[in-house]
Design a protein around this ligand. Structure first.
Ligand code: NDP
Length: 332
C-alpha cells in the first residue's frame, strides 16, 4: 500500500463524517484540517472528528504546506471554484459527484487539474464494489456474450438527515438525477465498458422534492455498442431493493443489493449451464477509493474514477434531465 496522504476536507459534510474520514485513516492517511462556511460548525466538526484545525478560509486550507490532497464534499455548485483553488495551490483533489452543474464547468475542472499536474478523482464509490467489478470482469471475459440490455434499480428512501438541499435547492444541484442517476451513469459505463450516446427519461415529484426539483426518474440510455440500459432512481421508495442486471446473448448477470454505500450484495451468472454465484471479496468502497487515489498520487495507476469519468457521468445525467424536460431522446 502506498503512503497515506495528509488531507484537507473542503466541506464539513455528512459523507465525510460517515465514510471518508474513516477511509482516509484506514489507509494510513491523516485529516489535517476541515473547511466549513460556518466557524462554529467547523470547529465543532473538527473536535467531534479529532481533526487538528478548522477554518472558514478556502485559501488558508489549500495553501497549507502540511496538506497534500483535498477532498471536496460541499454542495454541488461549490465544487468547481474549490477545485480551481486547490489545483492552483498544487493540491491533488478527490471531488464529489456531480463534479459541477454543467459540462463546461466540469471539463474546465479536469483541464485545471491537468494544467497544474495534480491528480484528480471523482468519488464514484460504486466502481469500488466487488459486485460491479465482478460484473465488469465477467463481461470483459465474454461470459454473457454481447450485452443487450442492462437494468439499474437504484430507487431508495432519502434518510431524514439528508432531506435538505437535495430536495429544496435547485441552485445547489439538488434532485435525484444529479444525486443518483449520475452514479448509475458511471456504474453502467464501468460495468459495460461502453459509452452512452442517447437518453430518454421521465421524472416525477411525489411529495418530497420542492418545485423545480424531481424526486423520481425512470429512463433508458442507449449505448454505443447497441445495449439499452434502463434506470430507476428515487428518493421516495421506502421498501424497494436495489440491483444491477446485464442481459447478454449468452447469459445474464443478476446483481442484487449492490447499489449501496455498503460492501455487500451478490451477483449470479445465469446461462445454459444454470445459475452460479460469482465469488466476491467485499471491502469498503470508500477505503478502496482512497487507496487507489493515493496510489495514483504515488504514480501507480489512476483513481478508481478519474475527473474525465466525472465529466462523462454528468453528461449522461444532464442529458436525462433535458430528455425529461423536452420529452425527446437527447444525445449524450
Ligand atoms: P451535507 O448536506 O451533509 O453537506 C454539504 C454541506 O452542507 C457541507 O459542506 C456543510 O457546509 C453543509 N452542512 C452539512 N450539515 C449541515 C448542518 N447540519 N447544518 C448546516 N449546514 C450543514 O451533504 P452530503 O454529505 O450528503 O453531500 C456532500 C457532497 O457529497 C455532495 O456533492 C453529494 O453529491 C456528495 N455525496 C456523495 C456520495 C457518494 O457516495 N459518492 C454520498 C453522499 C453525498 P460547510 O462545509 O460550509 O459547513
Amino acid at each position: 500500500m502506498s503512503k497515506g496522504l495528509r488531507w484537507g476536507l473542503i466541506g464539513a459534510s455528512t459523507i465525510a463524517s460517515e465514510h471518508m474520514i474513516g477511509a482516509i485513516r484506514a489507509n494510513g492517511g491523516e485529516v489535517v484540517a476541515v473547511m466549513s462556511g460556518d466557524r462554529a460548525r467547523g470547529e465543532h466538526y473538527a473536535q467531534k472528528h479529532d481533526i487538528a484545525r478548522a477554518t472558514t478560509e478556502l485559501a488558508a486550507l489549500v495553501e497549507s504546506k502540511d496538506i497534500e490532497a483535498v477532498y471536496i464534499s460541499t454542495t454541488n455548485e461549490l465544487h468547481r471554484d474549490q477545485l480551481f483553488a486547490a489545483a492552483r495551490a498544487g493540491k491533488h483533489v478527490l471531488c464529489e459527484k456531480p463534479l459541477a452543474l454543467n459540462l463546461t464547468d466540469a471539463s474546465a475542472m479536469v483541464a485545471a487539474a491537468q494544467a497544474q499536474g495534480v491528480v484528480m478523482g471523482t468519488n464514484h464509490h460504486l466502481r469500488n464494489a466487488a459486485t460491479h467489478r465482478a460484473m465488469r470482469e465477467a463481461i470483459a471475459q465474454g461470459r454473457i456474450g454481447k450485452p443487450l440490455f442492462a437494468r439499474v434499480f437504484h430507487a431508495v428512501y432519502l434518510p431524514p438527515h439528508l432531506q435538505g438541499w437535495r430536495i429544496t435547492q435547485p441552485g445547489a444541484g439538488g434532485g435525484v438525477v444529479l444525486d443518483i442517476t449520475v452514479h448509475d451513469a458511471d456504474t453502467l459505463r464501468f460495468v459495460l465498458g461502453d459509452e452512452p450516446i442517447g437518453v430518454s427519461a421521465m421524472t416525477s415529484r411525489s411529495g418530497m422534492a420542492a418545485v423545480g426539483l424531481e424526486d423520481g426518474v425512470m429512463g433508458v440510455a442507449r449505448f454505443r455498442g447497441g445495449a439499452l440500459a434502463q434506470f430507476h432512481d428515487a428518493f421516495t421508495t421506502r421498501y424497494a431493493t436495489t440491483g444491477f442486471e446485464v442481459h447478454g446473448e449468452e447469459g445474464s448477470l443478476i446483481g442484487t443489493d449492490c447499489m449501496t454505500q455498503q460492501p455487500r450484495g451478490e451477483v449470479v451468472l445465469r446461462n445454459a449451464q444454470g445459475a452460479v454465484a460469482l465469488p466476491l471479496i467485499h471491502e469498503s468502497l470508500y477505503e478502496r477509493s482512497i487507496r487507489l487515489f493515493q496510489d495514483a498520487v504515488a504514480g501507480k495507476g489512476t483513481p478508481a474514477a478519474t475527473g474525465e469519468d466525472g465529466v462523462r457521468s454528468l453528461a449522461m445525467a444532464l442529458a436525462a434531465l433535458e430528455a425529461a424536460h423536452t420529452g425527446r431522446e437527447v444525445a449524450v
